[in-house]
Design a binder for this molecule. Structure first.
Ligand SMILES: Nc1ncnc2c1ncn2[C@@H]1O[C@H](COP(=O)(O)OP(=O)(O)O)[C@@H](O)[C@H]1O
Ligand SMILES: [Mg+2]
Length: 582
């Protein structure tokens, strides 16, 4: 963990070293001042030596100025190092998340990742700043003050030792009980973020189902939990200040009393007593600081662990050592393919899939929800890797290709698709960032998206809101298809991508595919038989297995599931899942 985090702070090594050094300089100056004060009182005021007062006074001003300067510089470098640390952490995490495969993403929840990138990093940043500034300052201030006090008067200074012991024990006990609550707080933050994230990104659904009250109460509960935990923790911490004051004033009383006796007995000077009182404050303040640092560190340990997890997560899909950049054609072969989302977990999602698809073929895929259609096609572009067996595209194993090349040649229009904020052209150019406007218009014609784009006041420069909220479901699907077409892929996979498009337009898109991109292998997942019946061949999926594979006519004759669904859809207009009783 330290190594991972250390790598991110390396850039700020100088600032990280300078901060504690400046802090120590500040402490030294602070510590010299009481000594000078003692000298002014004892040698200047008491003896009436005005010259001595001027000289030492001048030194005191200088020491104070140096101390102030050191304090400012320490603060400056501390802020620079910790803020830089946080920036590097966030960037490194974000970059690593971009590398994640689908299964890596499955492992962390989105809300969890958001908390880690925001709250956890902020925590660590604060802790780091505190550590840089206090970890050297507090102990050195305590030690120097202690040495000075013993040097002045060992008997009186031992009062501090007793005070430190008592205060230290009490602080430790308070911290320990407060810590218990802080530890509970972080998982609650995840809950809070999950509630915000889920609700805000799905606010339309929440409204459609009139679930605002339910969602609000869920959020209230999450916020209330955090409130309670922090109240409890702070309640504990609130004992700190009174305890501290009690100890400080007891010490001052004790030292004044004992000191006064000593002064009367001439074994202590007034100046020395003054310095002792200042050191007393110093020591106890440092102890207080240390206890706070201690809390910060423990609080941030949980955050550090959560950040390291994200940083150390390795994508489980690697590019091969000598990647192949050439995909000869769009043929696809499945050879005894088994697949599971989590390794070694129960029944495989796909079992023993054997398929051979020729380049340029149009393949329909049909099956009930959960029959693993999406899982089947996601394996082709290596969104996940097979558990057993192999998949070949263009005659070569998909794992031998350069990943970027493979994903460019095998374009998938995902079932859960999204558009990003930006103009229509911006969104299309995700497919090919150098595409000309003409080229973009051509693919939109292919995907039948041109008709509604032309009707928009700003045409291809119409601004799409985040998540594509200002276009309809069917329009979004057609834009997504156009975006994939812009890649000029050898294999095009449409995962239920025309479900919100009307039947006539759906047919028009398929016809355009047939005439305009005949060399591209097309895999079309659909719920409607009409969407696949004119395909060259159709795969019928059932419970993660291929139940039938053949042309519409063949399947009508040989495949019972296919025939039932066909009859229900042509007869009563029923839908695939209803018929199958799922
Ligand atoms: N990301 C995932 N993690 C774990 N299980 C999944 C994931 N996606 C799908 N599944 C499971 O795999 C099975 C097949 O799902 P899927 O391929 O999406 O079916 P279909 O696309 O035919 O509706 C389902 O039982 C589903 O619960
Ligand atoms: Mg699916």
């Amino acid at each position: 963990m330290l190594k991972t985090l250390g790598a991110q702070v390396k850039e700020f090594k100088k600032a990280s070293i300078a901060t504690p050094l400046f802090m120590i300089l500040e402490v030294i100056m602070e510590m010299i001042i009481p000594l000078m004060m003692a000298s002014i009182i004892d040698d200047g005021v008491e003896k009436g030596d005005l010259h001595h007062i001027y000289v030492v006074g001048a030194f005191m001003v200088a020491a104070a100025a140096i101390g102030l300067f050191a304090g400012i510089m320490g603060g400056k470098y501390g802020a620079k190092a910790s803020a830089g640390f946080a920036r590097n952490l966030r960037q490194a995490m974000f970059e690593n998340i971009q590398e994640y495969s689908f299964s890596n993403i499955d492992k962390f929840s989105t809300a969890g990742l958001v908390t880690r990138l925001t709250t956890d990093v902020t925590n660590l940043q604060n802790a780091y700043q505190m550590i840089l500034r206090m970890c050297m300052r507090a102990p050195s201030s305590m030690i120097i003050a202690m040495i000075m006090s013993f040097y002045i008067n060992a008997r009186l200074a031992s009062v501090y030792l007793v005070a430190i012991l008592i205060l230290g024990t009490c602080l430790f006990l308070i911290m320990r009980s407060a810590m218990k609550y802080f530890d509970q707080a972080f998982p609650k933050y995840d809950e809070l973020n999950a509630s915000v994230q889920e609700n805000v990104s799905a606010i339309r659904v929440v409204k459609a189902y009139v679930r605002e009250d339910h969602e609000t109460s869920k959020f209230h509960k999450a916020a209330e939990n955090i409130y309670k935990i922090f109240c409890k923790a702070e309640e504990n911490l609130s004992f700190n200040a009174p305890l501290m004051q009690l100890t400080v004033y007891s010490c001052i009383l004790l030292i004044s009393w004992l000191g006064a006796k000593m002064i009367v007995g001439s074994s202590l000077t007034t100046g020395e007593l003054m310095s002792l009182l200042t050191y007393c404050m110093n020591i106890l303040m440092s102890l207080m600081m240390l206890s706070m640092v201690f809390v910060m560190i423990t609080m941030s340990l949980a955050s550090a662990r959560r950040i390291t997890e994200v940083l150390n997560e390795k994508s489980d899909l690697d590019n091969p050592e000598n990647p192949d950049f050439d995909i000869p054609d769009g043929s696809i072969t499945f050879d005894h393919v088994y697949f599971n989302y989590k390794k070694g977990a129960g029944e495989p999602v796909l079992s023993d899939i054997n398929l051979s698809i020729k380049s340029g073929e149009t393949i329909g895929i049909i099956g009930g929800t959960g029959s693993a259609k999406t899982s089947l096609v996601n394996l082709i572009s290596r969104l996940y890797d097979v558990t057993e067996g192999s998949i070949k595209v263009g005659g070569k194993d998909v794992r031998s290709y350069d990943m970027e090349t493979l994903r460019n040649e095998v374009a998938v229009v995902l079932q859960k698709n999204v558009l990003f904020s930006g103009t229509i052209l911006d969104n299309l150019r995700w497919g090919d960032k150098n595409a000309s406007e003409e080229e973009c218009k051509r693919v939109c014609r292919l995907a039948c998206a041109d008709e509604f784009i032309d009707r928009m006041p700003e045409g291809y420069n119409t601004y799409i809101e985040q998540g594509g909220s200002n276009v309809s479901g069917g329009q979004k699907q057609r834009l997504c298809i156009a975006r994939a077409l812009l890649k000029k892929p050898k294999v095009l996979i449409l995962d239920d991508s025309t479900s919100a498009v009307d039947t006539a337009t759906d047919a028009k898109i398929r016809k355009a595919f047939l005439t305009e991109i005949p060399e591209t292998t097309k895999l079309i997942i659909a719920q409607r038989i009409s969407s696949v019946q004119d395909a060259d061949r159709i795969i019928v999926m059932e419970n993660g297995k291929v139940n039938g594979f053949g042309s519409h006519e063949e399947l009508l004759k040989t495949n019972e599931i296919y025939r039932e669904v066909y009859e229900s859809q042509t007869g009563g207009g029923g839908d695939f899942d209803e018929k199958r009783g799922e």
